[in-house]
Design a protein around this ligand. Sequence first.
Ligand code: GGG
Length: 356
Amino acid sequence: MGKQVVLLPGDGVGKEIMQSAKVILEAISNEYGYSFTFHEHSIGGDAIDKYGVPLPQQTVEACKEADAILLGAVGGPKWDNISAHNRPEKGLLGIRKEMGLFANLRPIKGINALLSASPLKEEFIKNSDILIIRELTGGLYFGEPSERRDNGNSVVDTLFYRRDEMERIIDKAFQQAMKRSKHLTSVDKANVLESSRLWREVVEEKRQEYPEVEVEHLLVDAAAMKLITQPNAFDVIVTENLFGDILSDEASVLTGSLGMLPSASMREDHVGLYEPVHGSAPDITGKGIANPLGMILSTAMMLRHSFQMDEAATEIERAVNYVLDLGYHTPDLAKIGQKAITTKEMTDLIVDHITL
Ligand code: GGG
């Protein structure tokens, strides 16, 4: 029957890069004999236009039956004036919550061919290899109440976490640190926030179970600075939802473009949701020039984490690096010098270089 993959293209460039993911999976299927069945569903602004809500019930049901989910991007100016509880982003937050996907893994690796695309000095970013683990279903993005008060003149958002929500993400981070260089940086704002003080307590408790892991606590402001001045000082970073969202976008400068970053949203089993870190990029939507590599690398993460197709995943990553080494790039990576190519051209080149 093959692997059942739900595709949620979403909005803006999400639709364009999802096409790239499909083409790559078809190439993998041809080369390796795997079988994938695609089930396309609506989310975000696209779902608001079609069904009046950002996360229709049929999308949730399809995702719950899937072996894995690929998502493009959600949001865009078209839906800016919609009520806060019905925005496109609520679709994305909602599916993460519905599926219990509490751990967002965001690998950030300096790519040799793109060193000159980064505004940072090459010697800082060369060989950088960081895994940011972001808590994904709690914190400010989900806390209630979250509302305007006083005729819109005051506002409340709620930062709420239960201890067990902290324990499971911090445990996941220790597990990942054990598989890598056994160095874990926990990022918080413990000098100000009560939630961060509980976070630190939980990290200190958990580290007793992983005595081999060296643990460092950093305040988020210091971490933000160190990430771009000393990226090689990091290996695995674990942090709560909002800090992780911001720090991983910041870390994208290490790779030259936000368009390069993949992500995996996981729970305890193998089911996961895979999406590029970037959003719907309304400024370039419809031009056919979006960088598909964050989406393609997310597809590789799906093959590895959900389907244990490690060889195929590694082959996609190798093909991406090879094509970049040849000097091809999309316009977001324009600093590397040669003529920029389109989303489709980049995708086709990767396909051409995928071999068994
Ligand atoms: N592919 C990522 C995406 O669409 N991002 C838009 C967004 O809603 N981001 C908020 C978040 O990731 O929590």
